[in-house]
Design a protein around this ligand. Structure first.
Ligand code: MTE
Ligand code: MO
Length: 553
């Protein structure tokens, strides 16, 4: 292959003879530049895709589509461990990982392209096809999305071919096997090398320019991606109406006030976030509509102005993720402003036989909620407000569902766009075919927040505190036991409502030593929480939260 490229100093890396040290070094150096070219070309392709998506619509992003397809395809177990490994940073880590893989494959494509024309371009084309397939199979993708992937891949392949041709014309100084300056000086006498100086400069210039443009474009794309700027502004400008029925006042003493306890009402910025969306969907409140479809007498379309004109109510509701481990923090309590879902369904008049409402988000995610839960007297809401402000973008702006008593995966659809009345026999929500139960009532559970497990405390009265929840039933009592001894009843603080978590505290006399402390909640019907340790799948973890405490003398 090198014989056909007279100006290229690379050799067949496999057939190095002892006498060809310099050439071998040149091959390595040149290969490094080829890899750099490939990495830059792949990066450029990604950035071009993101920029086009940013220009036209975030839903066109090949990176998002591929990432989303990967997220959908990986086994739920992996997803869950990613959530527990990376917590709320899981998305940033995932996108960074994707970029590392893309740049690495790009580097490989560069090396291939250097050896054989179009070989690396073919790798980039495969990238384009993967992006294209992902984009076309994702929810609500248009033909325009295909154009974005294809243009991005084409641009990447062209850039790669161009860079590698420049490299053949004049490999940079590094390609002779020593550092750039030294090599350049040492080789001035060599006529062949002198002839390549111009080509070398061109290659480096083109490479540097492409890398620079890619970096700048990447920053622009990241800003677009991260900010969803226009929608954030629209959100800030949105004026929420007052509730016709305000949230019940928080009773005195509901917050026990122990150091280290979480606030009874979770601030928006601390609220856990779980969803499959790589980029937060940015829905324009001006054009948002909610459709009620399926087994209804009257299909309905509702825009945001319509919704805001309804008599809204405000309630505290504690929502929880089915993936929450015993003792975990995928749970939060907020004051939600919204219109009861049952009022909307009453207007649509569900037909006999319907038993499920499949709610859908703008990005195609779905949840299947029992119709009866949405039509009974509980405060299931089409929520527009969270703790006194419009829903944050990542919590479903402009409208989401909030259903007291059900895990989020079967009820809490964010970026809501459709409610379809259907039957459990005919339809499934997103997580059901992925190993999770089609029904997801929240299991009664409790958590010790103070002291943190493994913490050293002073002997004497050790104050324990935490939360317990049994949404829509309410908590009757909370008990602690030390080293599997007798259960001791904690002081249960008054709850905001049966739809929220309750705080509790208990002082226990402890002498120096190591202790295991467990908590158990019992709901207002007298049902204790399940003792048997079970993982989150398929319908929520069970078992007692257990901590270890070291009591100092
Ligand atoms: N559109 C959409 N809505 C969604 C999800 C999702 O993946 N996509 N995840 C659900 C799950 S599993 C949970 S636990 C809650 C979490 O809501 P939060 O992120 O506001 O805490 O949102 C629910 N709503
Ligand atoms: Mo969840």
């Amino acid at each position: 292959m090198n014989s056909s490229q007279p100006l290229q100093e690379t050799a067949d890396d496999g057939a190095t003879s002892p006498g060809r040290q310099g050439t071998d070094g040149a091959a390595q150096g040149s290969r490094r530049w080829a890899a750099a070219s490939g990495a830059v070309a792949a990066g450029a392709a990604v950035v071009i895709g993101e920029l086009l998506a940013g220009l036209f619509s975030p839903s066109l992003s090949p990176l998002t589509a591929v990432g989303g397809a990967v997220i959908d395809a990986v086994p739920p177990g992996v997803k869950d461990s990613a959530i527990s490994l990376f917590g709320t940073a899981d998305k940033a880590v995932f996108v960074a990982g994707m970029l590392v893989v893309i740049v690495a494959v790009g580097a490989l494509a560069g090396i291939l392209e250097q050896r054989r024309r179009f070989a690396g371009a073919a790798v980039i084309a495969v990238f384009g096809l993967v992006g294209l397939t992902a984009v076309l199979t994702r929810a609500q993708m248009t033909p325009a999305a295909a154009v974005v992937s294809l243009l991005a891949a084409l641009a990447g392949a062209l850039l790669l071919g161009w860079l590698i041709r420049r490299l053949h014309e004049g490999p940079p100084a590094g390609a002779v096997g020593t550092d750039a300056a030294g090599a350049g000086a040492a080789n001035v006498q060599d006529p062949a090398r002198t002839a390549t100086t111009a080509g070398r400069r061109t290659f480096l210039q083109v490479l540097a320019a492409s890398a620079g443009a890619t970096a700048v474009g990447g920053i622009v794309a990241a800003v677009w991606r991260g900010a969803a700027a226009g929608i954030s502004t629209a959100r800030e400008k949105l004026q929420l109406p007052a509730a016709v029925s305000e949230a019940p006042a928080i009773p005195a003493g509901a917050e026990v006030g122990l150091d280290g306890m979480q606030p009874l009402v979770t601030p928006n910025r601390d609220f856990y976030r779980i969803d499959t969306a790589l980029i937060v969907p940015s829905l324009d409140p001006e054009s948002w509509v909610l459709r009620v479809t399926g087994m209804v007498e009257q299909e309905i379309e509702l825009n945001l102005a319509d919704l805001l004109a309804k008599p809204l109510i405000e309630r505290h509701v504690t929502i929880a993720c089915v993936s929450n481990e015993v003792g975990g923090d995928l749970i939060g309590n907020a004051r939600w402003l919204g219109w009861p879902v049952r009022e909307l369904l009453a207007l649509a008049r569900p037909q006999a036989g319907g038993d499920m409402v499949l709610s859908r988000s703008s990005d195609g995610w779905t949840a299947g909620t029992p119709l009866e839960v949405l039509t009974d007297q509980r405060d299931a809401l089409l929520a527009v407000g969270m703790n006194g402000e419009p829903l944050p973008l990542e919590h479903g702006f402009p409208v989401r569902m909030i259903v007291p008593g059900l895990y989020g995966y079967v009820s809490a659809t964010k970026w809501l766009t459709e409610l379809r009345v259907t039957r459990f026999a005919d339809d499934v929500g997103y997580w059901t075919p992925r190993g999770w139960s089609d029904r997801g009532p929240i299991k009664t559970s409790s958590r010790i927040d103070v002291p943190r497990t493994g913490r050293r405390v002073a002997a004497g009265t050790v104050m324990f505190g935490g939360v317990a929840w049994a949404q829509h039933t309410g908590i009757g009592k909370v008990e602690l036991r030390v080293n599997r001894g007798p259960w001791q009843e904690a002081r249960l603080a008054p709850g905001i409502s049966q739809d929220t978590w309750y705080q509790w505290q208990l002082g226990i006399e402890l002498t120096p030593g190591q202790y295991e402390v467990q908590v158990r909640a019992t709901d207002l019907n007298g049902e204790p929480q399940v003792e048997e340790r079970m993982p989150p799948a398929p319908d929520g973890a069970t078992g007692f939260h257990t901590i270890r405490v070291d009591v100092n003398p």
